[in-house]
Design a protein. Structure first.
Ligand code: F2R
Ligand code: MG
Ligand code: MG
Length: 349
């Protein structure tokens, strides 16, 4: 479809749900041979007429809260979003949430709480979480807001409801930017795509609090920009092994060790790659590649699925995969409503 078409919106949201559901099988695994990944994915084709259902985890549970809040309120409403996170956790606490964030979610349900950002600020001795829980749910900000300053502002605030460390919320901003540019077709020229992300993140990370957080965690200044430069280096290489991707970019639960990784997976799988089935399209390659990294597979595949889905569109997602994933059908319907909200806004600049 064309720029910001409905197929791209559906692809982004369904791609995110699919990545979460399909990646859940391998979350936390240290080594995942590609054979095992392909066996898992091929099994879906065989089971798709049966009642195979892969359940979604916290990634999708929280993404659904973001979508419902943005659609119901028609704007970013921090109280409403915080309330939805807390209520979702109260009703289904077993979706595999991070061990720290559950304390925030419990505090957010208190009727006495006046500042909804306060529980996140109290995490980890006041340093805040650098986990990828803000980034895993940030795709809807790129689908609800048309203009770049809004995408950045609200992805950041939406993440800060649980993640007050800049290495957490800036990961959410980067993920939302990647979906934003992908929706606009920027992945057709991969160098343009990565350069735009670097140039935006240079502004985003140019803040005293980001410098202080990076220093406290022994990371270089502008940590996300540094990783995006590593992606550029990897893109210039003819061959890159899974081990090199993990050692250069990471596959862990920190936003810094997973958001750039998800972006790399999308870029790397724009072309056919050895070890991946020839009949696979780009979105299938991306999901399979994310799973073969091991580590935080549900979240890396969820984030890469959103970026890739926004590029290829929903028609690139196999029906058999969609049928097996809890919440995929609903995601498509919500994408249509986000598409309307997005196009109601005048384009600035
Ligand atoms: N939690 C998981 N997977 C682990 C086990 C789930 C499994 N299904 C099971 O139940 O056995 N996955 C989900 O969590 C990730 C998102 O986490 P989020 O929302 O960022 O949580 P949290 O608790 O804020 O941070 C995650 C961990 O990172 C470390 N950490 C973060 N900030 C820290 C800091 N400032 N100092 C030290 N450590 C910090 C902690 O270990 C946190 O617990 C996604 O993968 C999602 O799928
Ligand atoms: Mg999860
Ligand atoms: Mg995860």
């Amino acid at each position: 479809g064309g720029t910001a078409s409905i197929a791209r919106f559906r692809g982004a949201l369904v791609g995110a749900v699919l990545g979460d559901c399909l990646g859940g099988e391998f979350e936390g695994a240290e080594e995942v041979p590609m054979d095992r990944v392909l066996q898992h994915l091929n099994g879906l084709e065989e089971d798709s007429r049966g009642d195979c259902i892969l359940q979604y985890s916290d990634d999708t549970a929280m993404t659904r809260c973001v979508v419902q809040s943005l659609l119901t309120r028609g704007e970013f409403d921090q109280q409403d979003m915080a309330h939805r996170f807390a209520e979702e956790y109260r009703q289904a606490p077993g979706r595999g949430y991070g061990s720290g964030v559950v304390q925030v979610l419990r505090k957010l349900s208190s009727p006495r709480l006046s500042d909804v950002f306060q529980p996140a600020r109290a995490q980890f001795g006041g340093r805040g979480s650098f986990g990828n829980g803000g980034a895993m749910r940030s795709a809807p900000f790129a689908l609800a807001f048309r203009n770049l300053p809004d995408v950045k502002r609200y992805a950041r605030l939406g993440a800060m409801l649980t993640h007050s460390c800049s290495l957490g919320y800036n990961g959410a901003v980067l993920q939302a930017l990647a979906v934003h540019y992908s929706l606009q077709g920027a992945l057709s020229v991969p160098q343009v795509f990565i350069n735009r992300l670097i140039s935006e993140m240079e502004g985003v990370e140019n803040e005293d609090c980001a410098r202080n957080d990076a220093r406290a965690l022994n990371e270089p200044e502008f940590p996300f920009c540094a990783r995006l430069h590593r992606i550029k280096d990897l893109m210039e290489r003819n061959t890159v092994s899974i081990e090199e991707v993990i050692s250069e970019l990471g596959n862990g639960i920190a936003a810094l060790h997973s958001v750039p990784t998800a972006i790399f997976c999308v870029l790397h799988c724009l072309e056919p790659r050895p070890g991946l089935p020839e009949q696979y399209g780009g979105l299938e390659r991306t999901v399979a590649y994310c799973l073969a990294l091991g580590g935080d597979t549900d979240t890396i595949a969820c984030m890469a699925g959103a970026i890739a889905g926004a590029h290829y569109g929903v028609d690139a997602i196999p029906q058999a995969w969609q049928r097996c994933c809890e919440g995929a059908e609903e995601a498509e319907a919500w994408a249509d409503r986000l598409h309307l909200l997005y196009h109601k806004q005048p384009q600035e600049g």
